[in-house]
Design a protein around this ligand. Structure first.
Ligand SMILES: NC(=O)c1ccc[n+]([C@@H]2O[C@H](COP(=O)([O-])OP(=O)(O)OC[C@H]3O[C@@H](n4cnc5c(N)ncnc54)[C@H](O)[C@@H]3O)[C@@H](O)[C@H]2O)c1
Length: 413
């Protein structure tokens, strides 16, 4: 295959996926037009202030001042690009089913401007068939007559925000293209950015692989969440059990219990799978069970924490430590801490929270660690959180993160 020749890349959606992709592409020699329909975000990015933790302001400013990056709300700029990557959210609707409205509107936005011989890749996570049944028909029906040939591939993003080791460059990329020329172009594009690009036979294989990866996480987390409850009922420390099982050198992979699953991927993507299964006349019962177990965890954690408080206290004060869905990010999307808070409130608790990476959440602000509580729940172990201060204050703590061992007053989940 010929060496890649970087040119102009347009990326639709400048969030946790799109902006890091932009910076990785710039490192590889591409010039990037970052299209986003959120004008406030576009203004923020163009002022050099990064909205995602993995991209520093300095890196962003450097790209802007070098003239190789610009954010815009203007879809017509995609006409300049030889590659367009779609990186918009694919959430669930109110029935907890796939909501492709943003993906559709992004595709409708680019279609009238697409230039001939452009490669369109979808990095958004979705069910198998999305590229072929949703994206391609929209582009085919709206593209200019002067652009008869458009190439298509699905290349689901695997980025893990906040991960110090794995990033766009060193995480192998799956590519499923609709024909040989699309495959070659997608391969050339991703080879210019990633160390390894792996071609699979169809877009549907790539789309299904992404769902399998995240469903694997969901079901294993559910298994260990269920296991934690079984161990706790027999006063066995589940963390020690997991450590013990991890000594087996093959056939076991440790997952840890917690408040539940959060973020834009793990609680969401497996429901694209359950929906897709139903659409095809089958059922993903195992995945549905896993989802139900994880959804119950916040209630279980709330009860465990309240049971630690003297029953004479009618309205216990509960401090939640860490509201982001995982350490190292300020992302509160789908955080299971929301349900935890709701359960605590429904039991009459007075609830405050502390998170060094989140200043405002659910209409309230992060409190200081000296907020006097009857029990604290360590939900997400954020860097920079001074747990020692709480411990020295003698607070009772339910640790859902396996971070504090052998300290009196601290109970592990
Ligand atoms: N966040 C992750 O860890 C992660 C990892 C792998 C894959 N994914 C997948 O990548 C996709 C994007 O996720 P994300 O986390 O980057 O989302 P995000 O919310 O961080 O960013 C998406 C951006 O797209 C913009 N946007 C929405 N609709 C648009 C439209 N019609 N036109 C232009 N811009 C639009 C939003 O304003 C936002 O800035 C999703 O399918 C997600 O499942 C996410």
């Amino acid at each position: 295959m010929n060496a890649p020749k970087p040119g102009i890349l347009a990326i639709i959606g400048q969030g946790y996926v799109g902006l890091p992709l932009a910076m990785a592409a710039i490192d590889a020699g591409w010039s990037v037009i970052g299209v986003d329909n959120h004008s406030g975000k576009v203004a923020q990015i163009n002022s050099g202030s990064s909205p995602v933790e993995d991209i520093s302001d300095a890196q962003l400013k450097l790209a802007i001042s070098a003239g190789v990056y610009e954010a815009t709300t203007d879809y017509s700029r995609t006409a300049e690009a030889s590659v367009i990557a779609i990186c918009v959210p694919t959430p669930l609707d109110e029935k907890r089913e796939p909501d492709l409205s943003l993906l559709r509107s992004a595709t409708e936005g680019i279609a009238p401007h697409i230039s001939d011989e452009t490669l369109v890749v979808s990095e958004s996570t979705s069910y198998p068939g999305t590229l072929r049944e949703v994206i391609i028909p929209i582009i085919d029906s709206l593209k200019p007559e002067t652009s008869p040939t458009v190439y298509f591939a699905s290349a689901p993003e695997r980025v893990n925000p906040g991960d110090p080791v794995w990033n766009q460059k060193n995480t192998p990329r799956l590519i499923g293209a609709i024909n040989e020329e699309s495959k070659n172009r997608a391969h050339t594009f991703y080879n210019s950015i990633c160390d390894v690009a792996i071609a699979v036979t169809t877009p549907e294989v790539a789309e299904a692989a992404k769902l399998l990866e995240n469903t694997f996480r969901l079901v294993n987390i559910a298994l260990v969440n269920e296991f934690a409850q079984i161990c706790s009922a027999s006063s066995i420390n589940v963390q020690e059990v997991i450590d013990a099982a991890s000594s087996k050198p093959y056939g076991f992979m440790p997952f840890r219990p917690g408040v539940g699953v959060g973020g834009h991927c793990i609680p969401v993507d497996p429901l694209y799978l359950t929906w897709w299964a139903r659409k095809n006349g089958s059922r993903a019962e195992f995945v549905e069970s896993a989802d139900a177990i994880n959804l119950e965890m916040p209630r279980y954690v709330a009860e465990r924490a309240l049971n630690m408080v003297n029953s004479a206290i009618k309205n216990p004060k509960v401090l939640i430590l860490g509201v982001a869905y995982k350490p190292g990010v300020g992302d509160v999307r789908e955080t299971p801490v929301s349900e935890l808070r709701n359960h605590l409130l429904s039991k009459g608790a007075e609830v405050s929270w502390h998170d060094p990476l989140v200043s405002e959440w659910n209409g309230s602000k992060s409190v200081d660690l000296d907020w006097q509580c009857d029990v604290a729940i360590l939900a997400t172990m954020q860097p920079g959180m001074n747990i020692e201060q709480l411990i020295s204050q003698g607070a009772l703590i339910l640790d859902c993160t396996n971070s504090i061992n052998g300290v009196s007053g601290v109970t592990s989940l």
